[in-house]
Design a protein around this ligand. Sequence first.
Ligand code: PEP
Ligand code: MG
Length: 315
Amino acid sequence: ARRLAAEAPITPGALADGAPVPLLANLGSVGGAAEALRLGAEGVGLFRTEFLFLDADRAPSVAEQQEQYTKLLNEFAGKKVVVRVLDAGADKPLAFLNDAEEENPALGLRGIRALRRSEAVLREQLTALAAADAATDAELWVMAPMIATVEETRYFTALAAELGIRTAGVMIEVPAAALLADRVLDACAFASIGTNDLTQYTMAADRLLGTVAQLQSPWHPAVLRLIEEVGAAGARTGTPVGICGEAAADPLLAVVLVGLGATSLSMSPSALADVRASLARYGLEDARAIAGAALATEGAAEAKRAATAAAESVR
Ligand code: PEP
Ligand code: MG
């Protein structure tokens, strides 16, 4: 019986009432693909491309990148794959893209800001992605990190379209982008909320600094309100809103995020089973009630307690 259970097909992510919530994998290299699929990933919600550039003193060539992206898309044939263009800077500095002498690198030239200054690197990456897309049959979506403004959103989606990317979106991880979410979402095909940076920037607490770790919880209602803003904008504009920060890997917070309007969740593959089981316990109305309980608090610990109590009462 144990063997049979281990081999039973893994069902797609869904709430108790059957509403689908695709469960996707965060991957940092092509090597993790097989394991993600084995654990039931329905696609990739965040493919971090930094690994291709690490320790390099120049960007890899279009051909080198195309080879990696083609491998990735072939692993996920027929499935959705969201690739993030290079997120260099702050906690992921690259000598040839970032200014080493910045005093506050998390607030400096990182993500789309650094790419825009070195646009040739971005053009080559998008060109390699478009070529890999044309040669494979996964559903490729491409997104930009650290978007703060509507204008940056338009810049990225226009460049992506020019270079042959069919579906271009943005990460929402800067509070300004969350607060103007309906304008940002009007200008792109999808959004994915990066709760790691969204929490860092909302709480003004460095994500790498242990002394302010107390402030870094994505359960904080200030963070949840911003996510609610983005979820509502997604519903109003008919734009998919995924979550790809660590928050999506917390089984109860995952329910809250769906209650706030997230339409898919992406996480490290080891978290998929627990999140899948948790979502299957609640309907959409339950998820909204649980999210409402968390929102109506004044701090992270209280939000988590309130969500836990609400979850007990609807089960
Ligand atoms: C995030 O900020 O939540 C995110 C998913 O991106 P990264 O952790 O790579 O900055
Ligand atoms: Mg981030």
